[in-house]
Design a binder for this molecule. Structure first.
Ligand code: CA
Length: 221
């Protein structure tokens, strides 16, 4: 499982990294809020462990922005603030679970396992076309069983196209559906993302065709 750990306290981060790596997760550690926010726009994770007090951007803002982009990755919020109102606020802004510091390790491990299980059972919303699989809940795509490195925006474009596989999707409709998923893209941006997507999936049995003046079509070659 791919885990993003966002924690600026080096002692807490080291302890968590040890536990997560022992459980064979691929962990990326980030200690800066703004950089973590950026990483969540370009990478996909199976779980995010998020501290609230962070330099440059606090954890609740990262979480708000993540959910605004419609990313459903499970998020476990860590915080030293153990007041009830903070807990409620954290869950309201889209956290799946909440743990107040200091926490004991067996409890943390149990919560992580529960969240990862929940994430897996929710991932039934899969779209399939040839060797290309898109998990719309886990927000990731596989080509021939191998993960494709797609940005959040590329995933959104791919989702709209795959929902209409074999049919032509006009650029206007693409833009409209993308904004319904919570993102705004100009016509030029759509062209760029389609171009990038085509390059990334073209190694497989699926391609995106451009029909001049009509739109795009994803289909098996
Ligand atoms: Ca902190």
């Amino acid at each position: 499982m791919r885990v993003l750990l966002v924690e600026d306290d080096p002692v807490v981060a080291d302890g968590l990294l040890r536990i997560l790596r022992r459980a064979n997760h691929a962990v990326t550690h980030e200690n800066n809020g703004k950089r973590a926010d950026h990483m969540l726009t370009v990478e996909q994770y199976d779980l995010v462990i998020l501290d609230l007090g962070l330099p440059d951007m606090d954890g609740s803002e990262i979480l708000r922005r993540l959910r605004h982009r419609n990313v459903q990755v499970p998020v476990l919020v860590l915080t030293a603030r153990d007041k009830v109102e903070d807990r409620v606020q954290g869950l309201d802004s889209g956290a799946d679970d909440y743990l107040a510091k200091p926490f004991d390790l067996p409890e943390l491990e149990a919560r992580i396992r529960a969240l990862l299980r929940r994430g897996q059972s929710a991932s039934s919303a899969q779209l399939q076309l040839g060797e290309l699989t898109l998990d719309t809940v886990g927000r990731r795509a596989l080509l021939g069983g191998k993960p494709l490195e797609l940005s959040a925006r590329e995933l959104t474009v791919l989702e709209v196209l795959m929902l209409r596989a074999g049919r032509v999707v006009s650029k206007d409709l693409l833009g409209e559906q993308i904004s319904r998923l919570g993102e705004e893209m100009s016509s030029n941006a759509i062209e760029v993302y389609v171009h990038r997507l085509r390059k990334k999936i073209d190694a497989g049995s699926v391609t995106i065709r451009t029909l001049r003046g009509l739109g795009y079509l994803i289909e098996k070659k």
